[in-house]
Design a protein around this ligand. Structure first.
Ligand SMILES: Nc1nc2c(c(=O)[nH]1)N[C@H]1C(S)=C(S)[C@@H](COP(=O)(O)OP(=O)(O)OC[C@H]3O[C@@H](n4cnc5c(=O)[nH]c(N)nc54)[C@H](O)[C@@H]3O)O[C@H]1N2
Ligand SMILES: Nc1nc2c(c(=O)[nH]1)N[C@H]1C(S)=C(S)[C@@H](COP(=O)(O)OP(=O)(O)OC[C@H]3O[C@@H](n4cnc5c(=O)[nH]c(N)nc54)[C@H](O)[C@@H]3O)O[C@H]1N2
Ligand code: SF4
Ligand SMILES: [Mo]
Length: 742
């Protein structure tokens, strides 16, 4: 902790997004006055963004909660100490469990539960202790196709080649240069710049000329929602022209003949017509892709939210597999793990595993748990639909359902219908405003942090996580504001467990690749005294190569460092090994055939002729801290980016307040002229806006794109993810709409 008189620098790890950049905070007389990147940091090399540079100030923004709150029957809120709140909440949970069973209590873990591995482990342990299977998180409203595809193709144990070794990259519906989404490693702008300089080729599939697309060798500026059609045609060419690695396929891949048959209908000319790109560009892209030796394909939210996430991600991994773009026998895997224990480095796949069909079914809709989790888009239905399994209580850890879940109108009804809503959140979020209890946690620089979360994300695919055996462990550098009464998330969760008289069985996030060991090495934390914070971290990362207490005592680790470890030499596949990667899964081939049926068909004309497409901006992270004055100055209004030709055709002007209407609802934003957007598309950042009972202000909080979504309209039958991008819409001037309403 810095003292009141401290003037100088402190190394920190930014936690304003999942990237966890290594930064430096300058203090004057104990007050943080500036934050900047650290050019000596081996993984981030000086990178910082506006959010990270503002993070120290978040700690003292007016909007920050300094105590927990309890909602009163008269609609007012009253301050309450978090420990007392835990007692009251435990009592109310017990009553709900006694009357309706444990599944009536649901948990939702959002972004800041995910990024805090310790809090997440405690929350999951609490759910297990009370016996509830109503465990939800943000994965199924993000990129759920990734988990589905990985299961159905099967994992490759040795892992994927590093960004620095790629000769090619294809990005589909992701803009890592801004989002820091995996796919290009950490400090993606520099990684891309360096890679391009040494000759790496880049193909981008995106309706917008994104920051990543600006550097592309081929940019397919497609109609949204048609990615599987484009990939189908690329796969057809790669297979029919024998551009794939035949030796690797013979040894390690099953199902190529099935895949070949399924992609046969995807004639480049037909695919091009449907996706509205040039056929010759698809052919060029396929041949370029087919020439790469070490490469990666990365999908993102754009493709996962536009209706074809499973099959797009499946084709990504199928192409990767037939090309043999995996680490091979004799290669080195430099990620030996610090906070996680990786899978053994063997050049083999254990084969596919079930992606659905094993878990909890919903009572309200024909949906079930999949490998990507419980379908969060249907949790409002689970709350609103009467029945034995009706959800009556919800504990939200670091998430904001009101601005993040699809179908905001339904989410609002669901939040109001709950008997008990608890939010653990440092701000009065739009969900917290509706909560019975808001528990105010300590904030990032007041607590111990480490890079376990991004290291775990390394398991999502090539270009995710760190390139090296990098780790940072940041002890607290700031005291909580004077007069505050705050807790760490795990302390609150443990207090609730104590008052329910439950032992928490903490399962280690370090052992995800070792399920049996994970069960064996679970740490029992009994009711009673709160565990020491580093003991709690040791439990939630039990079995990892690092010793947590030693890491925090290491000053080099405070700055972020490459941990010395012998790289893993990828071992040959044992002779008696049976598993293979699989590229011909029947359910995925069925999804593909539904896209084949689109070929030659015109795109349906409706009264909603344009498409809303999602995007992220550097200045804002989901619904977080939009009130920050510096970030807000840069993005004062909620922008709806449109091509200047569309503005002109609609007789709209840059900067004008508009309404964007889907079949479900309309929202207010500010039109912005932007040549990079594909004509016919409106590119709008998500998680802005107000609750439905508040007046919408285009010039204020803006509109919530989730409100345009219909969660029981078009949705994926495996994960429940509805259309959250590529939504048919129409646009009009705000004043015209108001006149019509009068
Ligand atoms: N229409 C549309 N909807 C989307 C998306 C989209 O692209 N379009 N994207 C989807 C995606 S990818 C995701 S991941 C989800 C995100 O869904 P959520 O995670 O539910 O949403 P966030 O807005 O990230 O909410 C994070 C909350 O955590 C709080 N918070 C910040 N710091 C801390 C902390 O240290 N501790 C705790 N306990 N809380 C903290 C913030 O105040 C905020 O209320 O949204 C999804 N929703
Ligand atoms: N600054 C910032 N960084 C963030 C976040 C943030 O809110 N702000 N959110 C974080 C979260 S929760 C996540 S999950 C990641 C997401 O990271 P990304 O998936 O990289 O998210 P975006 O930057 O929105 O990129 C999505 C791209 O998909 C395109 N797109 C839309 N529809 C389609 C389609 O149908 N087909 C194709 N091919 N493209 C389409 C959009 O034009 C956009 O360029 O970012 C994380 N990082
Ligand atoms: S990219 Fe994310 S982790 Fe890095 S400085 Fe920005 S907000 Fe922080
Ligand atoms: Mo996300």
């Amino acid at each position: 902790m810095v003292t009141d008189s401290f003037t100088g620098q402190r190394h920190v790890m930014c936690r304003a997004c999942h990237a966890h950049c290594g930064l430096i905070v300058d203090f004057e007389d104990g007050i943080p006055v500036a934050t900047h990147g650290n050019k000596d940091n081996p993984e981030f090399e000086g990178y910082s963004c506006i959010k990270g540079r503002r993070l120290a100030d978040y700690h003292s923004l007016d909007s920050r909660l300094l105590t927990s709150y309890k909602g009163m029957a008269d609609g007012n809120r009253q301050a309450i100490h978090w420990r007392d709140a835990a007692g009251e909440i435990a009592e109310r949970l017990q009553k709900i469990i006694d009357e309706h069973g444990p599944d009536a209590v649901a948990s939702y873990v959002g972004t800041f539960g995910y990024n805090n591995v310790n809090a997440h482990a405690f929350q999951l342990a609490l759910m297990e202790a009370i016996g509830s299977t109503s465990v939800y998180d943000s994965v199924t409203i993000d990129q759920p196709g990734k988990g589905i595809a990985r299961a159905l193709v099967g994992p490759w144990l040795a892992g994927a080649p590093r960004v620095g070794d790629w000769d090619g990259l294809m990005l589909i519906g992701t803009n890592p240069v801004v989002s820091m989404n995996g796919g290009l490693g950490m400090n993606p702008a520099k990684k891309l710049h360096d890679a391009k300089k040494r000759g790496m080729q880049l193909i981008v599939v995106d309706p917008r000329v994104t920051d990543s697309a600006q550097q592309a060798d081929i940019h397919l500026q497609c109609r949204p929602g048609e990615d599987p059609v484009i990939l189908g045609a690329i796969a057809k060419i790669v297979i029919e022209e024998n551009l794939y690695d035949q030796e690797f396929v013979t040894k390690d891949v099953d199902g190529l003949a099935t895949l070949k048959k399924s992609v046969a209908p995807f004639e480049p000319a037909l695919a091009a017509e449907r996706a509205d790109v040039a056929a010759e560009d698809i052919v060029r892209a396929a041949r370029m892709y087919g020439s790469w030796k070490k490469a990666s394909i990365s999908g993102g939210t754009g493709t996962n939210m536009s209706g074809g996430g499973n099959i797009t991600e499946y084709l990504n991994l199928a192409l990767t597999s037939i090309m043999g773009h995996w680490l091979r026998e004799g290669d080195l895997n430099r990620r030996t793990g610090v906070f996680t224990k990786p899978a053994p480095a063997v050049a083999a796949s254990p084969g596919p595993i079930p992606a659905w069909g094993f878990g909890r079914k919903l009572h309200s809709r024909d949906l079930e748990q999949s490998i990507s989790g419980m379908p969060t888009s249907a949790l409002p239905d689970e709350i609103l639909t009467p029945g034995d399994k009706q959800v009556r209580a919800l504990v939200v850890l670091g998430g904001n359902p009101m601005l993040a879940w699809p179908d905001q109108l339904k989410t609002f009804e669901a939040m109001k219908a709950l008997d008990l809503l608890v939010c653990i959140d440092p701000r009065m979020s739009k969900t917290a405003e509706l909560a019975d209890y808001v528990i105010a946690p300590k904030l990032h620089y007041e607590v111990y942090g480490n890079t376990a979360a991004p290291e775990i994300y390394g398991g999502f695919g090539a270009g995710w996580g760190f390139e090296n055996n990098y780790a940072q462990a940041s002890p607290p550098i700031m005291n909580s504001p004077e007069g505050s009464d705050l807790c760490e998330e795990f302390e609150f969760i443990h207090a609730v467990a104590t008052d329910l008289d439950k032992t928490l069985n903490i399962k280690s996030w370090a052992l995800l690749a070792h399920p049996d060991e994970r069960e064996e090495k679970a740490t029992a934390i009994p009711p009673g005294e709160t565990p020491d914070v580093l003991d709690a971290w040791t439990a939630s990362l039990n079995g990892c190569p690092a010793n947590i207490k030693e890491v925090y005592a290491d000053e080099e680790a405070h700055k972020g460092k490459i941990v010395d470890a012998q790289a893993l030499l990828v071992q040959p596949k044992p002779d008696d090994w049976e598993g293979k990667l699989s590229v011909g899964n029947a359910a995925m081939m069925e999804e593909l055939s539904s896209y084949a049926q689109r070929l030659g068909q015109p795109v349906e004309a409706t009264e909603f002729p344009m498409r809303m497409i999602g995007r992220r901006m550097t200045e804002m992270h989901n619904s977080n801290w939009h009130e920050d004055p510096v970030q807000r100055k840069r993005v004062p209004h909620h922008p709806a980016f449109m091509h200047p030709d569309d503005l002109e055709a609609l007789e709209l002007e840059d900067g004008q307040s508009i309404e964007v209407e889907s079949a479900r609802a309309f929202i207010s934003c500010v039109a912005r002229s932007d040549k990079t957007v594909r004509p016919g598309c409106v590119s709008i950042p998500h998680s802005w806006g107000t609750n439905p009972d508040e007046k919408e202000d285009a010039l204020g909080a803006g509109g919530n794109t989730g409100r345009l979504t219909d969660s029981s309209g078009i949705y994926d039958k495996r994960t429940g993810i509805p259309l959250m991008s590529s939504i048919p819409i129409r646009v009009r001037a705000k004043h015209a709409a108001l006149e019509a309403a009068e």
